[in-house]
Design a binder for this molecule. Structure first.
Ligand code: SAM
Length: 255
């Protein structure tokens, strides 16, 4: 059986046993191959846009002897999926903006019909993905954060509830940021839940703190560069970044 990286294993662990999975942007199809080999998924679809990764997925699937159970399809995002074909959709290793674009197009075209859960691992822009999920009545079930090869990753597991009203009620509770003691209007506080994660923030995950301390260091470096410039735009940008840093520090103090 193939061995997964810690990041892909964290994603695999969140997939519900027995579900038919569609892994979009599958590259070498490692995730679907592992899930079918391990018996967790009876069948899978590996979707890939680009020819190189598509060929890599075809090769990996053939070498694993799984051509009968894993279909590798070339196409853009969820266009490779017909409604009702999958119970779980996973998308990993791309930015949150691209990921939510793929979800939006698939959702508008009805390709997410029948999909009960989404397992998502955005490399950046996690807030964009969380907002998309909440706005489309998906409910986050859990969030994981992990470090591998010097990078910190977040994995989001969201589900479809039977009743959209119930989903909205859940999301209202999940994104109720009143537990954060911040001097911000509630919309601004909710923004921090989208950025840092409602479960991760509530659990006070040490890795979450580490991730945002690294972000603070990055912003500090940018501010130092801006200080060297005499341009009024640089002053304005620095002022904005300092404001953001202050807010990050305030949120971290709540952990
Ligand atoms: N999912 C794998 C993982 O997490 O290890 C591979 C991640 S790789 C960095 C991102 C993959 O997404 C690339 O193979 C790329 O070709 C594919 N990709 C990018 N945009 C896509 C799209 N719109 N539809 C399908 N695949 C896409």
């Amino acid at each position: 059986m193939i061995m997964l990286s810690k990041r892909l294993q964290t994603i695999a662990d969140r997939v519900t046993y027995g579900s038919r999975i569609a892994d979009i942007g599958s590259d070498h199809a490692l995730l679907p191959v592992y899930l079918v080999q391990s018996g967790k998924c009876p069948a899978a679809i590996a979707g890939e846009l680009n020819p190189g990764p598509y060929q890599a997925a075809v090769k990996q699937t053939a070498e694993a002897g799984l051509n009968a159970l894993i279909e590798v399809r070339q196409g853009d995002g969820l266009s490779v999926l017909a409604p009702g074909e999958a119970d779980t959709v996973s998308i990993a290793g791309m930015g949150g903006s691209l990921m939510s674009g793929i979800l939006q197009e698939g959702w508008s075209a009805g390709r997410l019909a029948g999909v009960r859960e989404l397992v998502l691992q955005p490399n950046v822009g996690e807030d964009i993905v969380r907002r998309w999920l909440a706005e489309h009545d998906y409910v986050l079930q859990s969030e994981a954060i992990l470090e591998e090869d010097g990078r910190i990753y977040e994995v989001l597991h969201a589900a479809v509830l039977a009743d959209a009203k119930e989903a909205r009620r859940h999301n209202e509770q999940l994104y109720d940021a009143s537990f954060l003691s911040l001097q911000l209007p509630s919309a601004g506080r909710r923004e921090w839940l989208y950025r840092m994660g409602p479960y991760l923030l509530r659990s006070g995950e040490p890795l979450l703190k580490k991730k945002w301390l690294l972000e603070l260091e990055k912003l500090e470096r940018i501010c130092r560069q801006l200080e060297l410039s005499a341009l009024p735009e640089s002053r304005e940008k620095e002022r904005m970044l300092r404001g953001e840093m202050k807010q990050i520090e305030e949120v971290l103090a709540c952990l």
